[in-house]
Design a protein around this ligand. Structure first.
Ligand code: ARG
Ligand code: ZN
Length: 888
């Protein structure tokens, strides 16, 4: 626990190789209900690549040291020193120890208290079963160690526990022995032949249900696959297992990467800070990303499970076989692995739909982070608490940077780069720079300027103007780029930005692209932006085209181009690039919303622009389009993304404009929504193929417009969908729509839903968040009630996210109530949580990050809460970092 003067900032530039290496680790865990004894036998050696030191400094937190010896000698007091976060051993004080020349053994014995560990970091209990979470720096809560990713070792792990309560004893690698002990206890020994850093260590012990399967690799090896879950959940595991097999086959096909151990285990736990963890051979997952059955999980949940299963599996190569030298390099494994899981999901589902979903995350969350107090490059230069840097920037913007290699080098070039990366670095802990070099060398492609994506934070802004010369059939594009200052960074240098584009003729066909000069600035349909200002002259442009810019969102930038409504409607109807087709619709809606805001500002009534009706009606009627794509193309832009478009926002006007537009579209096209709803909503036998999923998505959006009419007939449709549904997709859609509406039987609906699903934790979480995100006025009181409800538990991060996270992150009208009660509520919850679970408390604190966007009064109210948080006694450094930077 920290006060501001004991806070330590860590800098990337301070990296030094470890003075010692660990060649071999043997751990022994004696698990008991109220404590655990960990005996660690480390084979240490001075690092020839580091400055020599006689002080062996090991990381360790919340450990009770019970014994320590080096090279067989029991240490005495003056030979070592225990501090709150480290153990120092003075090796020169140990007689006869030639620590500089030969390896030596250190044995420590510590006592820890997993049952009291609510941080969910290190070894802890979830629903009566032991599990671990070590990334980033949790292993030091298990034993004294060189807890840094560039110290890699093989691990032998012996676990012993009571047999009846903990029949399954699991760790990384292969089980090589097990047997019974006295007093109803038993043990198992695991060996992981692959050297790994401590953050990939895992242990689970408990009584699970087990789903078993196997996979034959392309070289013919048979791999055992095992999924361990809470008793009674077996029938919810089949989708996860099928997803795992798909991911294994995909990585062989697309990247030539095969699994390396003989067994792959997944354990699902209900208490988990994040989504999942890629521990070698023993992934530990949040139940949310394993359990799925159509009755309890939505189509989106199914897709998420498949994606996270794949993500963790892909880490076996991008993360485990090649890992990070230090935590500043986190994007090396996370950006790359997110890109890989995005490509995988696109291949399983639909490329355009997946791209749109991913870009929505960038626009609503990453752009906000990039423009706020926590802005950092994908490879950060400093941090106070590493757990605060598992961010949308490191993960999702990181994936956008990887995607740009794929765009610049092509699929084959990208693969060549990956192959070289593995050839050079298999078994190593490396840096982002090593990855760039591999891409560069494998393709003979200069990525010097491209490297700025790793060092400069902030979202680049690209401004395009165009001029068409009818006489010479020439189109001139004037393109400028700049990047706003971010905390600690100003005067940024231009990026290498691949701008994919098309020029549409009047029938919507793409015209051929040809530059008059500097032809190397265009490869295929990619324009290379490299300077602050550039002019591109396209020749042979037979008539004035409509510009389709930044197709497929080819770079994580904001694009400014002065489209008119006619051009946008044209692109919305005709662009061959489905991403930009969606994008044109979003721009159309966005313009209207800002126009409606301006009308309110001027004290005028809001006017619905009728030109939208045509555009939307055409899209609705286009049968060539996939239902999921239609659903996205008919959804209004996210308010969060809109806030990021302006310097300061009048939130009340923005919300009113958004509501008005939704309601007007609902009214103007009432019959269309109804017809399409009826044509796509399906009662009866449940199917989950692409067509059925698409229909549910499309029907869901139609229903959302109908409910926006605020008419009894529409509510009846939603109620009937909820009551008669045989799947959670339809049920949750209807539940949310009703909960967020003015329907007068909301309470009844919520009570019935709870009664039906109270024993399904993940469904109860949906029920909690549907209420927490109700934008109507009584929500604040209801949310306070939910905190007291038996279904809530502040120690469980999924519950906290479902109520508090959903309220603060997704309920803009109520979180930003003018009376400040939303802010007070959030601060109150942070106060309850920061010592229980610092990581999750810090996530919640981030909801205040954008305070500068709002009006003076809201700013004042938010700052007041942030200041209060900073005054809390023994504030965790996690929360301290977020709150202090926000006020910064
Ligand atoms: N490496 C995990 C992943 O697959 C995330 C673990 C993050 N854990 C944490 N405590 N920050 O993305
Ligand atoms: Zn990951």
């Amino acid at each position: 626990m920290k006060t501001s003067d004991s806070i330590l900032v860590k800098y990337r530039k301070d990296y030094k190789p470890s003075a010692f290496l660990i060649n071999k680790v043997s751990l022994n865990f004696e698990l008991f209900d109220d404590y655990t004894i960990v005996t660690a036998r480390l084979m240490l050696q001075a690092n020839p690549a580091a400055d020599s030191s006689d002080a062996l400094v090991l990381d360790g937190e919340d450990l009770e040291l019970q014994g320590i010896d080096v090279a067989g000698q029991k240490l005495v007091q003056e030979q070592y020193e225990v501090e709150s976060e480290q153990l120092t051993i003075w090796l020169s004080k140990i007689e006869g120890l030639d620590y500089q020349e030969s390896p030596f053994e250190l044995v420590t014995k510590v006592k820890i208290h997993p049952a009291q560990n609510t941080s969910l970091e290190g070894l802890y209990l979830s629903n009566g079963k032991f599990c671990t979470q070590c990334e980033a720096e949790g292993f030091r809560k298990i034993t004294y160690y060189l807890d840094r990713p560039d110290v890699m070792s093989t691990f032998d792990v012996r676990i012993e526990a009571e047999k009846k309560k903990y029949p399954h004893l699991l760790s990384n690698g292969n089980q090589i022995e097990h047997g019974s002990l006295a007093n109803g206890r038993h043990y198992a020994i695991w060996q992981d032949p692959f050297r790994k850093p401590s953050y990939l260590f895992a242990l689970c012990a408990g009584d699970y249900d087990l789903l078993e399967d196997h996979f034959t690799t392309r070289s013919g090896r048979d791999i055992k696959l095992e999924i361990y879950v809470d008793k009674g959940k077996l029938e919810q595991c089949h989708h996860a297992m099928a997803s795992l097999k798909k991911a294994m086959a995909w990585d062989e096909q697309v990247f030539g990467l095969e699994y390396d151990l003989d067994i792959y285990m997944i354990v699902a736990v209900g208490d988990f800070n994040m989504g999942a963890m890629e521990n070698k051979g023993l992934n530990i997952f949040n139940t949310k990303y394993v359990l799925a059955h159509p009755e309890t999980a939505t189509d989106q949940d199914f897709e998420d499970v498949e994606a996270v299963i794949a993500h963790e599996y892909f880490h076996n190569w991008t993360g485990n076989r090649v890992t990070c030298r230090d935590w500043f390099q986190l994007s090396l494994k996370e950006g790359l692995t997110v890109f890989r899981d995005q490509q995988f999901t696109a291949d399983q589902t639909d490329h355009a739909v997946k791209r749109i979903e991913d870009v929505k995350v960038i626009r609503s969350h990453q752009f906000a982070e990039d423009a706020g107090p926590m802005a950092h490059p994908i490879r950060p230069d400093s941090y106070i608490e590493m757990n605060n840097f598992y961010t949308v920037t490191v993960y999702n913007k990181g994936a956008e940077i990887i995607r740009m290699y794929h765009t610049l080098l092509g699929a084959d070039g990208f693969r060549r780069g990956m192959d070289l990366y593995f050839e050079r670095h298999d078994g190593q802990a490396v840096t982002c720079e090593d990855f760039v070099s591999a891409m560069e060398d494998a393709n003979g492609y200069d990525l010097k300027q491209f490297r700025r994506w790793y060092s400069q934070a902030g979202t680049p802004e690209v401004t395009v103007t165009s001029e068409y010369d009818e006489l010479h059939k020439k189109l001139t594009l004037q393109i400028g780029q700049s990047c706003p200052d971010t905390p600690g960074q100003s005067n940024k240098q231009p990026f290498h930005i691949p701008l994919k584009l098309g020029l549409l003729d009047k029938d919507g066909n793409d015209l051929a692209l040809e530059l008059a000069s500097n032809k190397e600035q265009l490869t295929d349909d990619i324009l290379h932006l490299t300077e602050a200002e550039q002019t591109f002259e396209f020749v042979g442009v037979s008539h004035k085209p409509v510009l389709s810019l930044l197709r497929n969102f080819s770079a994580p930038v904001r694009l400014f181009y002065d489209y008119n409504d006619h051009e946008l409607a044209f692109l919305y109807a005709h662009d061959k690039d489905p991403f930009n087709r969606w994008e044109a619709g979003q721009r159309l809606f966005t313009r209207v919303i800002w126009q409606l805001c301006a009308e309110q500002e001027a004290g005028e009534p809001m006017q619905f622009p009728l030109h939208l009706v045509n555009a939307v009606q055409n899209l609705l009627a286009d049968d060539s389009l996939d239902g999921r794509f239609k659903a996205l193309a008919l959804t209004l832009p996210d308010i969060k993304a809109l806030i990021e478009e302006v310097e300061r926002v009048n939130l009340d006007h923005l919300i009113a404009a958004h509501d008005f537009l939704k309601r007007e579209l609902a009214k103007q096209l009432e019959m269309d929504w109804l017809v399409h709803y009826q044509a796509n909503h399906h009662v009866g036998d449940f199917k989950q193929d692409k067509a059925a999923i698409a229909k549910r998505a499309f029907a869901g959006v139609c229903l959302s417009y109908l409910v926006a009419l605020d008419k009894p007939k529409a509510y009846e449709l939603a109620v009937s969908q909820l009551v008669n549904s045989n799947n959670m997709t339809d049920a949750e859609t209807a539940l949310q729509l009703l909960m967020h509406s003015n329907y007068n039987q909301k309470k009844q609906i919520a009570d019935d839903f709870y009664r039906k699903w109270q024993d399904e934790e993940l469904v109860v979480n949906k029920w909690l968040s549907a209420q927490a995100t109700d934008p109507t006025d009584k929500t604040i009181e209801r949310v306070k009630g939910l905190i007291e409800h038996p279904a809530f538990d502040i120690k469980n991060p999924n519950k906290v996210r479902s109520v508090v996270g959903a309220f603060a992150g997704s309920n803009l009208p109520q979180f930003h109530r003018r009376d400040g009660k939303g802010y007070v509520f959030l601060a109150e919850q942070i106060k309850q949580l920061y010592s229980v679970n610092p990581q999750t408390a810090a996530r919640l604190t981030g909801a205040f990050n954008r305070w500068k966007k709002f009006d003076d009064e809201r700013q004042r109210l938010m700052c007041e809460q942030l200041q209060g948080i900073l005054q809390l006694p023994d504030l965790s450094k996690d929360v301290y970092e977020i709150a202090s930077k926000a006020l910064g």
